[in-house]
Design a protein around this ligand. Structure first.
Ligand SMILES: [Mg+2]
Length: 137
């Protein structure tokens, strides 16, 4: 199982991400609600992948990302951003984030990013069943 660390100050966001990772070879190793907790948990848990919110109290996601990369330059951190945070995303990628996902999260897109960052076999896709929207195109 691949260990995931979920970092977001909003509890509903964390539970949404938890649900997305309920499919596939993942286990939620820990959850943090600010950057300080995130860095501490990263050190303890050494997750295979971390999802990192950007705007959080105490220590924001980009500062936490920098700390984590300092501890483990190979850390795989995916940023969680809101629309309109392109500049922050660019800063995070420069600081070592592997990729980003945009809120509101689409499970398929999140898993695609995660699989690509973790180098998982494409055959694992799709982990999310197709939605039957009636759009057959
Ligand atoms: Mg936030």
């Amino acid at each position: 199982m691949l260990k995931i660390l979920v970092v977001d100050d909003a509890i509903f966001m964390r539970s949404m991400i938890r649900d997305i990772f309920a499919r596939g070879p993942f286990v939620i190793a820990g959850e943090a609600e600010n950057g300080v907790q995130a860095v501490r948990l990263y050190q303890d848990l050494r997750p295979d992948l971390t999802t990192m919110d950007i705007v959080m109290p105490q220590m924001d996601g980009i500062s936490a990302l920098r700390e984590i990369i300092r501890i483990d330059p190979a850390a795989k951190v995916v940023m969680c951003s809101a629309l309109g945070q392109e500049a922050l995303i660019a800063e995070a990628i420069e600081a070592g984030a592997r990729d980003f996902i945009v809120k509101p999260f689409q499970p398929g897109r999140v898993l695609k990013v995660v699989q690509s960052v973790l180098g998982l076999d494409e055959r694992l896709q799709p982990l999310v069943p197709p939605t039957h929207s009636g759009d057959a195109r």
